[in-house]
Design a protein around this ligand. Structure first.
Ligand code: VG1
Ligand code: CO
Length: 538
């Protein structure tokens, strides 16, 4: 079968954001759009000859079609092997794992993660490198450069492959290997956690629910939680992946997973509940009567990780994205290990993990992970929590309270203003930046724009969010989302520290109201964006 060369004109705006290229599904469905981006990836990485790629996605609308296109193009460009999740499904952490265990050269992951799916919703595509992690900025910049000058792409004129049957087949000169998406991932989890202890906890009457939100983690959670750990059938909710995620937002936060939150807040609710997002890399943790903020979850996991066999030797360091609360730093400080602050987006953790500087990483956006893969990992976080609960034999609420009594509490919340006019949002951010040079209003100690120098390769990333430090130690951060597909989303991150013997059980929004008001006064956020309140508070 001979490869065919087809002419193509560049598409505007194929610039990868925080996590790959995300656009409306109909944008991706334009003739040649996927081809242009995929060829740009292949060109940017120096071609495909002899390479092995892992390919899979979260199962959203257009997932299967995009995979067929990628397979034809990879084969036409001389790739040796494509490892594809059965039915085109692979969670993001499972794809990361497969790249690593199979020694693949890279991976193409089809997902818009927590964004809704469907023909009128969102689609996404990102490239991961051979360490299993998202392409770093140098690579995404090279891909974007290619998209601007692309003139042709290579493909085969063939029928679609059947992705439903496990086994090997060929496409041109490329071997296509369809694998069970769960097997290798489940085996990895078994090496990290004390499955016997968790199984005993559940057998002892501990109750839990896992909401897969109609997204990719359903099959993973069923195999691991209901199968290997023996939780009763029905423990996994919304466990069958659907192309439009049941018309919901597959975003595991108290807004979009409200039914689960309501369940654990009721008197006859389960002891533990969790949810994950479209592509399975995010997690939300709940205990009876309590929501654990992602920032607190990272800190609690860091303090307790050695209770799990995979981390028994202790942690090398902990890394968090800049907007994530400083709770994890307090744990690192006490343990005498490194604490790292990176820009938003998992790609910035890759070097720290590869260099063995950080063992655990986390983001306030419900992302936690470790050096077991190079992506955040929703189910991994759930299993680590279960392992800790099985060992400590305390409720989630008591573990959290005990943590605050030891380290103090970082009251934390993120307020999102969605689909704001882009020019207005840019104006708000620009004006805040101009304020940084002072004179500063009363009560504010410093305003700066966060820049990051990677401690491993020295690369520098500027403009990663505005930070406002208040005299009393509180902090607010503002940045624009890099994953949205409509207008601009302004994210405002608020935090305030309370000492261990202080008032640890305030209502979060009450505790942060003065900081939210100060941000509004400083930026004119509400008036300028035309909102009276945030669209989402997590
Ligand atoms: C958001 C989160 C960020 C996360 C990214 C990808 O980015 O804030 O922490 O890494 O989504 O997560 P932004 O630029 O919209 O703030 V996922 O699970 O959507 O791939
Ligand atoms: Co995700």
């Amino acid at each position: 079968m001979t490869p065919v060369t087809k002419p193509i004109s560049p598409f505007e705006g194929q610039k990868p954001g925080t996590s790959g290229l995300r656009k409306k599904t109909r944008v991706f469905m334009q003739p040649g759009y996927v081809e242009a981006f995929v060829q740009s990836i292949f060109n940017a990485i120096g071609g495909c000859a002899g390479k092995t790629f892992v390919i899979g996605g979260d199962g959203r609308y257009f997932n299967a079609e995009a995979i067929q296109t990628i397979l034809r193009m990879a084969a036409a460009s001389g790739a040796a092997r494509a490892i594809v999740g059965q039915g085109g499904l692979l969670s993001t952490p499972a794809a990361s794992n497969l790249i690593r265990v199979r020694g693949a050269d890279g991976g193409l992951i089809l997902s818009a993660s927590h964004n809704p799916g469907g023909i009128d919703e969102d689609f996404g595509l990102k490239y991961n490198i051979s360490n299993g992690g998202p392409a770093p900025e140098g690579v995404t910049a090279a891909i974007f450069d290619q998209t601007k000058t692309l003139r042709e792409y290579y493909t085969l004129d063939t029928d679609d492959l059947d992705l439903s049957a496990i086994g090997e087949t060929t496409l041109g000169g490329m071997t296509v290997e369809i694998v069970d998406p769960v097997t290798d991932y489940a085996a990895l989890m078994q090496t990290l956690f004390d499955f016997d202890a968790i199984r005993a906890l559940i057998a002892d009457g501990f109750t839990l629910r896992f909401d897969a939100m109609h997204a990719v983690t359903g099959p993973y959670a069923k195999t691991i939680i209901e199968g290997m750990l023996g939780a009763p059938e029905g423990t996994v909710l919304n466990g069958v992946p659907s192309v439009d995620f049941g018309k919901g937002h597959p975003d595991p936060n108290p807004i979009w997973a409200k039914p689960l939150v309501d369940m654990v807040m009721s008197s006859d609710g389960p002891d533990f509940a969790a949810a994950s997002d479209g592509d399975g890399d995010r997690n939300m943790i709940l205990g009876k009567g309590v929501y654990v903020t992602p920032s607190d979850s990272l800190a609690v996991l860091a303090a307790n990780a050695p209770l799990a066999p995979g981390y028994a030797r202790g942690l090398a360091g902990v890394a968090r994205s800049m907007p994530t609360s400083r709770a994890a730093d307090r744990v690192a400080d006490k343990l005498g290990i490194g604490a790292y602050e990176t820009p938003t987006g998992w790609k910035f953790f890759g070097n720290l993990l590869d260099a063995g500087k950080a063992t655990l990483c986390g983001e306030e956006s419900a992302g936690t992970g470790s050096d077991h893969v190079r992506e955040k990992d929703g189910l991994w976080a759930v299993l680590l929590w279960l392992n800790i609960l099985a060992k400590r034999k305390m409720s989630v609420k008591d573990i959290l309270l005990d943590h605050w009594q030891t380290y103090g509490r970082d009251y934390y919340s993120r307020h999102d203003y969605e689909a704001v006019d882009s020019a207005v949002a840019e104006g708000i951010m620009g004006d805040l930046k101009a304020l940084a040079d002072g004179p500063l209003p009363d009560g504010i100690q410093k305003i700066d724009s966060f820049s990051y120098t990677d401690p491993v390769d020295g690369s520098v990333s500027h403009n990663q969010g505005m930070r406002v430090f208040f005299d009393d130690g509180a902090r607010a951060v503002m940045r624009l989302s890099g994953t949205g597909t409509e207008g601009a989303t302004i994210r405002v991150y608020l935090e305030r520290y309370e000492v261990p013997d202080g008032d640890l059980t305030n209502e979060t929004q009450d505790a942060l109201a003065p900081i939210a008001a100060a941000v509004d006064e400083l930026t004119g956020l509400k008036e300028r964006s035309g909102r009276t309140a945030p669209d989402v508070m997590t």
